[in-house]
Design a binder for this molecule. Structure first.
Ligand code: HEC
Length: 205
């Protein structure tokens, strides 16, 4: 039953010269050409296997600055530094907050980005509250004046149920502009979580 490699010669003169060798084995009379994958393919195969653990241990080892998230934060910090050079160091006082709350939308948008990235999981994307309170109504637990918002964001509240953001933001301006954005949410009250805390006066009174 075993057909010999010489059988390839029967395929004609043209094939006989180009046809690959047959392998030694034969199953039920079926034979296989010895047709190995090209060297470049095999090198890529082994290279990708070798690369995988190196990549995994480098990126996912937990070392600071290497993960995609850390790289994103570093880039965002650079972007913020560049943009903030236009407005200098903001103070979290009443005048500054009211100015940016009502002022150029471009700067409020920075606060909005920070809010959308860090706060929506607990306060909802419209500010109506989920785990954390509704930030669009007139009832507040820790805030009486607009500048108290900066304080709550920096220090947190309720033993960390509201996390402290002081050390998580690369620039104080991020906190001030986020506070201005949070203050602006009261302009569009949404029927989210029911009111908590005390009713307070409008920010500019
Ligand atoms: C892990 C959930 C969580 C995240 C994330 C979170 N908060 Fe909160 N936040 C809370 C909780 C809970 C409270 C209410 C604390 C309490 O009951 O005393 C709160 C309270 C507040 C208050 C005071 C509200 C009031 O009624 O006085 C402000 C302002 C606030 N958060 C802003 C923010 C901002 C801005 C961010 C994002 C930078 C943020 N929070 C992220 C959970 C969160």
């Amino acid at each position: 039953m075993n057909k010999t490699p010489s059988k390839t010669k029967d395929l004609g003169a043209e094939h006989a010269t180009n046809a690959p060798e047959l392998t030694e084995h034969s199953y039920d009379g079926i034979q296989e050409y010895d047709n190995p994958l090209p060297g470049w393919w095999k090198s890529l195969f082994w290279a990708s296997i070798l690369f995988a653990p190196i990549y995994y241990f480098y990126i996912h080892s937990g070392a600071e600055g290497r993960s995609i998230h850390d790289q994103y934060d570093t880039h965002m910090a650079t972007v913020f530094e560049l943009r903030f050079s236009q407005i200098g160091e903001l103070e979290g006082d009443r005048d500054t907050l009211l100015k940016y709350m009502k002022g150029e939308k471009e700067w409020l948008a920075v606060g909005k980005v920070v809010y959308q990235t860090n706060c929506v999981s607990c306060h909802g994307s419209d500010g109506g509250g989920l785990v954390g309170p509704n930030l669009t109504d007139d009832y507040w637990k820790h805030v009486r004046n607009v500048e108290d918002i900066v304080q709550v964001i920096e220090e947190g509240a309720a033993n960390g149920s509201m996390p402290a953001w002081k050390n998580r933001m690369s620039h104080k301006n991020q906190i001030v502009l986020t506070a201005a954005y949070v203050a602006s949410l009261r302009e569009n009250p949404v029927a989210g979580k029911s009111p908590e805390g005390k009713e307070i006066a409008p920010w500019d009174q």
